[in-house]
Ligand binder design. Structure first.
Ligand code: HQG
Length: 178
């Protein structure tokens, strides 16, 4: 199986539909590496634990983490199912970015940024990353977020292990268009 295909299958299992391949996640999103491997092997017998570990190690977005004992695996962020990643509240940089598609802008101006199917709104400190994320959905449109003011106003931010800034919602008044 191609590495990208395996990575997508792991995202499906660890972020969205564990039941679809027959695994269970604990409340913090972890599952046993060997359970994940066995479940994947039912349909794809050629996949090895080393293949899974290779995705964990080389995925450019560092989407997955394995615990120190090398026994448990989870997705670092991006879940649609309910998990508590137990991330500490972090102080964001003054400005964060969100890349979206231009066709969403009117709605975002009105309603702010919402998590939609995911747990959190995803933000980044990097303009380039935001543009790449936005380009997935059409003509990329870059928004700048006044994270300093949000933080001062009591909104919580979390930094995932793979450096994605997460927050519950970004009300429209904190969005600065670029
Ligand atoms: C948009 C990928 C209209 C929002 C990426 C986005 C990222 C609104 C879409 C990660 C809205 C949700 C997350 C509103 C938000 N009206 N549209 N009020 N509020 N939106 O995929 O941030 O490959 O859930 O702008 O690289 O695009 O999965 O979020 O376009 O890091 O690891 O609704 O997913 O990473 O889309 O992407 P998503 P996202 P992975």
């Amino acid at each position: 199986m191609k590495k990208e295909t395996l990575s997508k299958l792991m995202s499906l299992a660890l972020r969205h539909k564990p039941q679809e391949i027959g695994i269970q996640l604990d409340h913090q999103g972890w599952t046993s590496l060997s359970d994940l491997h066995s479940a994947i092997q039912t349909k794809h017998p050629e996949v090895t634990v080393a293949d899974i570990m290779n995705v964990v190690a080389t995925c450019p977005k560092q989407r997955f983490a394995v615990d120190e004992e090398g026994q448990m695996i989870r997705a670092n962020q991006g879940h649609s199912i309910k998990v508590d990643l137990a991330l500490p509240i972090a102080t964001p940089p003054e400005r964060l970015f969100h890349g979206t598609a231009s066709r969403f802008i009117e709605s975002i101006r009105r309603d702010g940024l919402q998590a939609r199917q995911r747990h959190h709104v995803h933000l980044t400190a990097s303009r380039e990353t935001a543009m790449t994320v936005g380009a997935r959905r059409g003509t990329a449109y870059l928004l700048q977020i006044d994270a300093k003011q949000m933080h001062e106003d009591g909104y919580h931010f979390y930094l995932s292990e793979n450096q994605v800034w997460l927050t519950d919602v970004v009300p429209a008044k904190y969005i600065i268009e670029l």
